[in-house]
Design a protein around this ligand. Structure first.
Ligand code: PLP
Length: 388
């Protein structure tokens, strides 16, 4: 074991299962470990490196900003914050919407739930089983996966219903403040909502005076081949939450609030010291500009088409998801295949659904890198007959 790995294992709580290498640097879709090995990163640094690893436009922006003003809180106006909020509103095509900045996806969801409760004066938040919304108290209570185990009592006002079940949603939404939904349940394994489900939820929320919140922490910023899942599915939530790719790796989260709800948020209701800090905000603006300038949203849609049309292996039973948030559902548990890919220096993700290989590559990925994955899978599958 090399030194960084043994040091981490000694001094950090053992909360994560890790890949067996220590990374030193990254560029585009590639990362290098401390021993000089080069890996193709089709996990995108956990869906964060949307415009590639250590993109020059972001590193230059944060270097310049750090020399000018590293930080001041929301007690003052700053140009970087103003520009980042405008960039997000413009990118999402939501004129009149307003932004609350925080530092992570969990915080964005916490704040969205708080906004929904204060705007509606109601308490319950309805969520779908299989969704992942973060690890803070309300966010974990809203998480319909195993991570909630042992936290009974937290979030008594969170109501879980089956994903895709409009009748259950209708019942649970009576008197509720909001429905919080991950339109493509990434951690679950890219389980994908239908247009009918999302449009049905929108109508049910409207009928019950509840707000619809899309957790776009993974689906936002062009990854699904559209600016966000809201566009990909043609549904109109009152709030969308963002994090992960938002600032290319500088911690940042955001809640985008539609005008009617935004008008009801009162001063002092929400707050964050670091949220909207200048460093994160210049990174947000530079990231969004790169997504637009390099047509990465369109590229995500094209690479999805390429994967769907060329990954015709009998071992892949189904491809779930949209754009570059994809779940390859194998006819067997995916761990041995993922391990074999790692031996070939290709990083992919697993999921709660043990049969799924999750692809979350940088949106800059091209046919060459997709071809490398395809070729590697071909070799691996050749040695693995189709499951009975
Ligand atoms: C859909 C979704 N929402 C929220 C979160 C929580 O984000 P964070 O880890 O930044 O708190 C995650 C993290 O994986 C996520 O995938």
């Amino acid at each position: 074991m090399n030194d960084s790995m043994s040091l981490e294992d000694k001094y950090l709580l053992p909360t994560y299962e890790k890949f067996p290498f220590a990374l030193e640097r990254g560029e585009g879709c590639w990362v290098w470990d401390e021993d000089g090995n080069k890996y193709l990163d089709l996990y995108g640094g956990h869906a964060v490196a949307a415009i590639g690893h250590s993109p020059a436009v972001v590193t230059a922006a944060i270097a310049a900003q750090s020399a000018k003003l590293l930080f001041y809180s929301n007690l003052v106006y700053t140009r970087p914050r103003a520009e980042a909020a405008k960039a997000l509103v413009d990118f999402c095509g939501e004129p009149g919407s307003q932004v609350f900045f925080c530092n992570s996806g969990a915080e964005a969801n916490e704040n969205a739930m708080r906004i929904a409760r204060s705007v509606t004066g109601k308490k319950n938040v309805v969520v779908a089983e299989g969704g992942f919304h973060g690890r803070t108290a309300a966010a974990i209570a809203a998480t319909g996966l195993k991570y909630r185990k042992g936290l009974a009592g937290l979030g008594a006002d969170i109501v879980h219903v089956p994903f895709g079940d409009l009748a259950a949603a209708e019942e649970a939404l009576k008197g509720a403040a909001a429905f919080l939904l991950e339109p493509i349940q990434s951690v679950q394994g890219a389980a994908t909502a239908t247009n009918e489900y999302l449009q049905g939820l929108e109508a049910l929320c409207g009928k019950n005076g509840a707000l619809l919140i899309f957790d776009e922490v993974q689906t936002g910023l062009g990854r699904v081949g559209a600016p966000s899942a809201r566009h990909a599915f043609g549904a109109r939530p009152q709030m969308q939450t963002f994090a992960k790719a938002l600032a290319s790796g500088v911690p940042a989260g955001a809640v985008l609030v539609a005008p009617e709800a935004a008008a009801k948020v009162k001063p002092g209701e929400l707050g964050s010291t670091f949220g909207g800090g200048p460093l994160a905000c210049v990174a947000i603006s530079a990231t969004i500009k790169a997504i637009v300038d390099q047509n990465l949203t369109e590229n995500a849609a094209e690479m999805e088409d390429l994967i769907r049309s060329t990954f015709k292996f009998p071992q892949i039973a189904e491809i779930r998801g949209k754009g570059l948030l994809l779940g390859l559902v194998l006819d067997r548990p995916s761990k041995p295949t993922r391990d074999a890919l790692l031996k070939k220096k290709i990083i992919v993700g697993g999921a709660d659904d043990k049969h799924v290989i999750r692809l979350l590559p940088p949106l800059t990925v091209g046919p060459t890198e997709i071809g490398l994955l395809r070729g590697a899978l071909e070799e691996i599958f050749a040695a693995e007959p189709v499951a009975a």
